[in-house]
Design a protein around this ligand. Structure first.
Ligand code: PHE
Length: 474
């Protein structure tokens, strides 16, 4: 017997609204903070090329699979998978990967909001600096005038040492995410994407042009696109694969949930392609925005996670217009983070509505509130709970603080498991006719899609999973 599922009944007002919201979900901290960090640490070109291959050979087929499930299911991820399974004579037990995805999305939004809170703090620091520059009659001066490099870098450490500040910015960001999700699909999520995504692209293009004029674009292009194959270690391939999943928001059932709000029409192939192309373009543009600035002032591209918070503010100090463009830079990251965090909170929220019969505001409040509390534990890991190692018994996470444990466990375990089950389900179990008619793919594209899903995706994702969990076998 197939369990009945309440259809959430909400929908996008148009196909382009869906695309905008889905691109907004994909484009986030992953593109502007994580991608340049990894590319910088992994030596540039070789990582970038493997990453692009992963996006199109593994990511794109999975993007289409998730949208397909949502489009057919028309309800939350668990209910949608159950419906596809019922129409394919497959076991309803497959819906477990919808539940894993919803749990992963819930955990990710907890620490995502903490990191976005840091960005919010930097927006306010740079914003006040800009106001001061304007008041002093020098709006085009460099950022944080008069501060030494140590003072600029120390700001991050001071922020981490201040739990109250971290809680306030986390609360503000989570509150905003909750507010948008509680308003619903068309009047909340869609509206936010319609205003924020054009703002995002405008800022991005402006900052890339600024970097090209004031920075060292030649070195940046050489760094990002000249592969040094000797740098291509198994770890680099592993992190490129993982980054492709994270950046396209795969494995958390986010695109199943967003796909369920598509009310009519087929032809999902071009839509999926557009999402993958837009997400990759933004990641590359983010690299072309950040590295010219880093190279212009002779800084280290391999600075790691602090690249954005310590390296760049110092770079903006030495550049003309740095006060203005530094502020716009952090605003850009904040905008990207909002459109992603709402997609994360939407997954468990839809689950509460579809599977538990809760109202939308109640469901968003329960999951948003729960994620807020988990986020507090994450941020206390930077100060009062600095010694806590939640999975310390597991050698992989023995040295990992609370936030990095939640990040690592979701990214290295839950996302690959979700992606693996999705590819097996669509590659082997789903009804072929249903797939053909819903996706509207041409015969050769359909054949290629199913081949990649049935063979390449499960193998490659299984490799990420195993090498991610047992790095010693490499
Ligand atoms: N894709 C988002 C980003 O790049 C992050 C994300 C991961 C969002 C997983 C949803 C699910 O920032």
């Amino acid at each position: 017997m197939v369990a009945t599922t309440v259809s959430t009944g909400e929908g996008w007002s148009s196909r382009s609204a869906f695309i905008l919201a889905a691109v907004g979900a994909a484009v986030g901290l992953g593109n502007i903070w994580r991608f340049p960090t990894l590319a910088g640490e992994s030596g540039g070109g070789a990582f970038v090329i493997v990453y692009i291959a992963c996006v199109f050979l593994l990511g794109l087929p999975l993007v289409l699979s998730e949208i397909f499930i949502g489009r057919v299911g028309q309800t939350d991820a668990v209910g949608s998978i159950r419906r596809v399974a019922a129409q394919s004579q497959a076991s309803p037990g497959w819906s477990v990967f919808g539940a894993i995805g919803a749990l992963a999305a819930f955990l990710i939004v907890a620490f995502y909001s903490v990191v976005a809170g840091w960005v919010l703090y930097y927006v306010s620091v740079m914003g006040m600096d800009l106001v001061q520059a304007i008041v002093e009659g020098d709006p085009l001066r460099g950022a944080l005038a008069g501060e030494s490099r140590e003072q600029i870098q120390q700001r991050l450490g001071d922020m981490f040492a201040n739990p109250l500040l971290l809680i306030v910015v986390h609360l503000l960001f989570m509150g905003l995410t909750f507010y948008i999700v509680a308003r619903g699909v068309s009047s909340g999520i869609e509206k936010a994407a319609t205003y924020l995504m054009p703002l995002f692209f405008f800022l991005l293009v402006g900052l890339v042009i600024y970097g090209a004029i004031e920075g060292d674009i030649g070195d940046a292009v050489a760094f990002l696109f000249t592969p040094d194959w000797s740098k291509l270690t198994p770890q680099v391939m592993n992190s490129a694969l993982g980054q492709a999943l994270f950046s396209l928001s795969l494995g958390v059932a986010g695109l199943i949930t967003y796909g369920s709000y598509i009310k009519e029409g087929s032809g999902l192939g071009p839509t999926a392609g557009l999402i993958a192309i837009a997400d990759t373009t933004v990641a590359l543009l983010a690299g072309l925005m950040i590295f010219p600035i880093v190279f212009a002032v002779g800084l280290d591209p391999a600075a790691g996670p602090t690249l954005v918070f310590q390296t760049l503010p110092f770079a903006f100090q030495t550049m003309p217009g740095g006060a203005l463009f530094g502020f716009l830079f952090f605003l850009l990251i904040l905008v990207a983070a909002v459109t992603s965090s709402i997609s994360l909170l939407e997954v468990p929220t839809a689950y509460g509505i579809g599977e538990r019969g809760w109202t939308r505001p109640k469901s968003a409040a329960i999951f948003g509130g729960g994620a807020f509390l988990i986020g507090i534990a994450c941020l206390l890991g930077y100060n009062v709970w600095a010694d806590v190692r939640p999975l310390g018994f597991w050698s992989l996470f023995a040295e990992t603080d609370i936030l990095d444990t939640v990040d690592g466990f979701t990214g290295k375990v839950m996302l690959p498991v979700g992606a693996l089950l999705t590819s097996i389900f669509i590659g082997w179990k789903a009804d072929e006719n249903l797939l053909r008619t819903t996706t509207g793919l041409s015969p050769w594209a359909f054949g290629l899609w199913r081949f990649l899903l049935a063979w390449l995706c499960p193998l490659a994702v299984a490799i990420i999973l195993v090498t991610g969990l047992f790095p010693s076998i490499l």
